[in-house]
Design a protein around this ligand. Sequence first.
Ligand code: XIL
Length: 358
Amino acid sequence: MVNGQWSMMLRPLKVAAGTLLLLCFALQTSAQGLKDVFARDFLMGVSLSGRNVRIDAEQDLIRRHFNSVTCENAMKPASLHPAPDVWRWDEADRIANFCRENGIKMRGHCLVWHNQFSDWMYYDDKGNFVDKETFYARLKDHILTVVNRYKDVVYAWDVVNEAMSDGGENPYRQSKLYQLCGDEFIEKAFLFAREADPKAILFYNDYNETNPRKSRNIYEMVLRMRSEGVPIDGIGMQGHYNIFGPSVKELEDALSLYAPLVEHIHVTELDVRASEEMGGQLNFSKEGISMTDTIQALHAQQYERLFQTFRKFRDKIDCVTFWNLHDGCSWLGEKNHPLLFDKALQPKPAYYRITAEK
Ligand code: XIL
């Protein structure tokens, strides 16, 4: 038989072998979870409520895809410590125990935030502001108690959340914390957290963190604290984005600004809304929009761009956390379609896009 005939006969075999290889690859990637696909890049995290860890199918989804967990609300001061002598540990303990049983690490969120805070710490019996020393003593007690309880499972803490403003003259948010203490409460919180757990890595965490003006303010605040020896190890970029922004350039600019400044960058609360709203503000519309093929495609493209960019900074970014497990339990409401899994826990096009191009 001449050569040409041989290769004609072999062609179907080659095609079959190729298809088999592709099939094996597809099966392998579908059997893996996000944490395996991104194993060489960063930890993959998710924020959870106590409800998520009570549902078997959700537990399976968490175990398969994630190797870092954040409590969505359960470790915030208002949830844990609503009154001076009242501690509510149930929900945080439930999530922490799930993580302990499954060998999953936790990011603690959060020790100081102007929202969902233990507001009683500000006031005396008559409703007047206490002095700074009294406030710091209460804050220190809170931070030491919480950090100590979870230090076996929590490897990182968002120590201060959202202390910078979104505009205006003053770079600092004009919160009650600021009215009482100026910006000093920020460094105090970091000092207390380091005292409580010298091993945990400590983050400043904020939203709209790719906005050029706000990122400059965050940069300057962190730079000043580090030059003064305040124990801050990382910047948390919340990552509440949408299908239109931030652009790759905006994201790269922010990452390039933060990267030389700190040892660690974490993307702490990633979601991509199918609307023009962005940021971490709590006043947004839950009405959302109906999903179309075009929006689904924009959503997948934005996730692809984000992960390509995160990967460029993989030496600095060591964890990417999604804010909620699936669209059905998103804080944005399912009609904003922000996550990788739909409410039936099925992966969406964005999931396949970020896992396929690896
Ligand atoms: C949100 C929770 O997801 C909601 O359930 C809660 O009602 C409000 O807080 N930035 C943060 C998170 O740092 O703690 C917020 O979480 C979302 C914005």
